[in-house]
Ligand binder design. Structure first.
Ligand code: ATP
Length: 241
């Protein structure tokens, strides 16, 4: 079986700035991998390369065995990669339900909207209670939940979750991790980019540590926590555990 995602010797950056150097990694179907490292080491850039938002300067990106290097991000979506980011990309002047309807119509087609809407409200009861409220009047955590609900309703082959817990209250972070664990049980592979090391390692089988744009360690999550926390603090970050 092909890896759901494979980066082969990827170097990438932004114009003249080089952010990743010779990064190779694989995520197998159904596997959960934590991508960890200090601020600014390139984690988000890996996530962007893996979802087609940044094209590699060198190397290749394969999704389910198909080479998508340099392809449009829509092809990554169609190949089964969902990318949930720290951003809260909701329409403030639309209600919660209107936001979901709009997004499901775009991603799944008009006929799939009612089913997707039902699933979203079942999985996120807090959103159900606020379905008629304008998205702009939700709390930060609820807005994040709304933007997640749009990608999490159906288990995609791979979900890339980029710093989903950033700036959120612990109780909401816990809820997000419950949803991620549920997706895992449904067979979704996960690539979790996270500063909350403990949460990520509890969920993941394997961890990859990035430093200055290169992979410096990878191994089972069980072996990772002490080593990774020690290294991250060696580098003077404020990473929380
Ligand atoms: P953080 O935890 O702070 O989000 P990160 O590990 O995700 O950090 P990246 O966001 O991938 O790191 O950034 C890697 C490097 O690339 C950083 O030096 C950053 O300043 C730079 N960078 C990121 N995005 C851009 C961009 N759009 N244009 C130019 N440089 C960028």
């Amino acid at each position: 079986m092909s890896a759901v995602l494979e980066l082969r010797h990827v170097s990438a950056g932004y114009g003249p700035f080089h952010a990743l150097f010779d990064v190779s990694l694989e995520v197998q179907p159904g596997e959960a991998v934590a991508l960890l490292g200090a601020n600014g080491v390139g984690k988000t850039t890996v996530a962007r390369v893996a979802s087609g938002l940044v094209a590699p300067e060198k190397g290749a990106v394969l999704v389910d065995g198909t080479d998508l290097t340099g392809a449009d991000p829509h092809r990554f979506v169609r190949a089964g990669i969902a990318h949930a980011t720290e951003g809260r990309s909701v329409f403030s002047s639309l209600t919660v339900e209107e936001n979901l309807r709009l997004s499901f119509r775009r991603s799944k087609g008009a006929r799939a909207v009612p089913g997707a809407l039902r699933a979203a409200f079942e999985q996120f009861p807090a959103l159900d209670r606020r379905r008629s409220q304008l998205a702009g009047s939700l709390s930060g955590g609820e807005q994040r939940m709304l933007s997640m609900a749009r990608v999490l309703v159906e288990a995609p082959p791979l979900l890339i979750a980029d710093e989903l817990s950033l700036g959120l209250a612990p109780i909401i972070v816990d809820e997000i991790y419950v949803q991620l664990a549920r997706l895992r049980e449904e067979g979704t592979a996960l690539l979790i980019v996270e500063q909350q090391v403990s949460h990520a390692l509890d969920l993941c089988d394997r961890a990859i540590l990035l430093d200055h744009g290169s992979i410096t360690w990878e191994g089972p999550s069980d072996d990772a926590e002490e080593l990774i926390v020690a290294r991250m603090f060696d580098h003077g970050t404020g990473a929380s555990t």
